[in-house]
Design a protein. Structure first.
Length: 269
C-alpha cells in the first residue's frame, strides 16, 4: 500500500491546510520543466503526488483511505497504535486511537481513554475530530462495548445519539434496524431487570418520542403497562395498554396482562 502521507511529507494527523500547502511545495519541486528533473521520472512522481493529494484532500476518500491504512499499518513494522499513543496532546490522534482500539478488540482501553479525555477537556467530543462516518461507527462500537459491560444507561444514550444523527444524515440505512433492536432490548428487558421501575419507564418513554414505527410504539406502551402492573398501579397500566392496542390491535403477549389489570371490564365501561 502506498503511504500517501509519506508521499506528501505530512503526518497522518495533519490538517487539510497542511495537505494543500505540502502538495504545492512538492509539486513545484517535481515540475518536469525544471532543468535538474528527469522529464519521465518527474511525470511518474507527479502522478503519484496527485493521487495522494486527491485522496487526502477529499474527506470521504481520506476516511476510506485511513481505514485501509490502519489495517495495513498493523501488519507492518510501523506501529500505528504507538504512533497515536505518543501524540498525547493531539486530540485528533487520541480520537483516532479510540476508534482504532475499538476496531481492534481493545474496547476497555478505548473507553478508558474516552473517559480521561472527557474529564480533562470540558468540551471534548469525538464528533469534532473524526469524519462523520467514522464518528457514527465509533459511537456504535462504544455503545456495544458499554452494553457488554452492563453500563446500560450510557449505552442507551449513545444508541439514541446514533438515531438522531441518522435522522439528520442517513448513513447506517438498513443497519438502523439493529440499533433500534438493541435499544428495545436494553430499555425493555435489561434495564427493567436491574433499574428502578420509574427509571425504566422514563427511558422507554424517550424511545416513544423517536416514533420509530407504530408497532414499536405499541410494544413500548405495552412494556410500560407491564411495569405499572407490577407496581400495582392498574389504572395507569390500563391507560398505557389501551394506547398500545390503539396502535396495534394484534399486539402480541397481552392476554395475561389484560387479565391482571382487568382490561376487559375497563373496555366494557
Amino acid at each position: 500500500m502506498i503511504n500517501y502521507y509519506e508521499i506528501l511529507g505530512v503526518e497522518p494527523t495533519c490538517s487539510p491546510v497542511e495537505i494543500k500547502s505540502s502538495f504545492r511545495k512538492k509539486a513545484k519541486e517535481l515540475h518536469p520543466d525544471l532543468k535538474h528533473n528527469n522529464h519521465k521520472s518527474s511525470e511518474d512522481l507527479m502522478r503519484v503526488l496527485l493521487d495522494a493529494y486527491e485522496t487526502l484532500s477529499n474527506p470521504l476518500r481520506r476516511s476510506d483511505y485511513d481505514r485501509e491504512f490502519i489495517r495495513y499499518a498493523s501488519r507492518v513494522r510501523f506501529n500505528y497504535r504507538e504512533f497515536l499513543k505518543n501524540k498525547k496532546d493531539d486530540l485528533v490522534s487520541q480520537s483516532k486511537l479510540i476508534f482504532y482500539d475499538l476496531l481492534n478488540s481493545e474496547a476497555d482501553s478505548a473507553l478508558q481513554l474516552h473517559e480521561e479525555l472527557s474529564s480533562r477537556y470540558e468540551d471534548f467530543s469525538l464528533e469534532h475530530y473524526l469524519g462523520h462516518e467514522d464518528y457514527m461507527d465509533c459511537l456504535f462500537l462504544m455503545a456495544e462495548a458499554l452494553e457488554k459491560k452492563s453500563e446500560f444507561i450510557k449505552a442507551c444514550e449513545l444508541y439514541k445519539t446514533l438515531c438522531l444523527l441518522e435522522f439528520k444524515k442517513p448513513y447506517f440505512h438498513h443497519f438502523m434496524e439493529e440499533v433500534v433492536d438493541r435499544l428495545r432490548s436494553i430499555t425493555c428487558f435489561k434495564m427493567t431487570a436491574c433499574l428502578a421501575p420509574q427509571v425504566s419507564i422514563k427511558h422507554i418513554k424517550d424511545l416513544i418520542r423517536f416514533n420509530f414505527s407504530r408497532k414499536d410504539n405499541a410494544f413500548f406502551y405495552k412494556k410500560i403497562a407491564e411495569i405499572y402492573c407490577t407496581l400495582g398501579q392498574k389504572e395507569l397500566a390500563l391507560q398505557y395498554l389501551a394506547k398500545g392496542l390503539r396502535l396495534d390491535q394484534k399486539l402480541p403477549g397481552v392476554k395475561k396482562l389484560k387479565e391482571k389489570i382487568g382490561y376487559s371490564e375497563f373496555s366494557a365501561v
